[in-house]
Design a protein around this ligand. Sequence first.
Ligand SMILES: [Zn+2]
Ligand SMILES: [Zn+2]
Length: 295
Amino acid sequence: MSSAEPIVPPGPSTVDLHAHTTRSDGILAPGDLVAQAFAAGVRTFALTDHDTLAGYRDVVASDAIPPGMTLLPGVEINALVTRDLGLWEGELHILGFGMDPDDDEFEATMRTQRARRRTRFERTVERLRELELAIDSQVEAMTTEDDDALGRPTIARALIEAGFASSVEDAFQRLIGHGGPAYIPREGLQPTEAIKVIAAAGGIPVLAHFGEAPSRVPLLRELREAGLAGLEVYYRSFDTPTVAAVADVARELRLLATGGTDYHGDLGTYAETHALCWVPPEVGVQLTNRSAPRP
Ligand SMILES: [Zn+2]
Ligand SMILES: [Zn+2]
């Protein structure tokens, strides 16, 4: 197959395997996001909140899965590479699909991840205060005491609210992104650990939005060695040549291709974001078939 083959969406995508809710750093409540995805035509959906399956549990507990939709339990673990991994440094985001929501060990690991996330969040707010960019009152209004998964998008929104940034992108570029004056390094799982934790709970580990994949094949082989089973190919902000190149890598390494919007809510409505992201229907079928069936 040629990597120059254009991707022409024949219609609205029925698959979205990457989205965030208020259970981490998204804007919509889990039930609302599921309803909006269904209305947009999505029939295979995964909530992939950071370090938690709470959104999936909310939707299941309130019986809010629309008839005809397959909802997969999902998670996204942002892992920091601090040990040698193909001599590459940075963050790798590992998605997991189909974990057993009742796996206690998985839940305990996610709880530790969330505690570290909270610490990092508080230290970032502190650093911003030192830089005379106090966002304490905005953060207080935007979060609750038991908010499980506070992230930098929340800080970015507070910076906008306080008039210190013009957009989420601006906040990341000037202040809180890697190398910025208010950047606090992440602590937590290494990518290979995240992969193993997901697999141990019966999930399928997938590397998210890694546009560098074509030039990082040795690194991907190392991750595959650790249990990586898939690569996010049909990612909302990838251009067509990138999708084609990452798809080639997935084929070459026999990794499952996945895809999704990574919807948080900052760039428009769900329907608008969904319209920009084509995920072929067979991607949903292949992933659902690989997920362990749950009673
Ligand atoms: Zn991510
Ligand atoms: Zn994400």
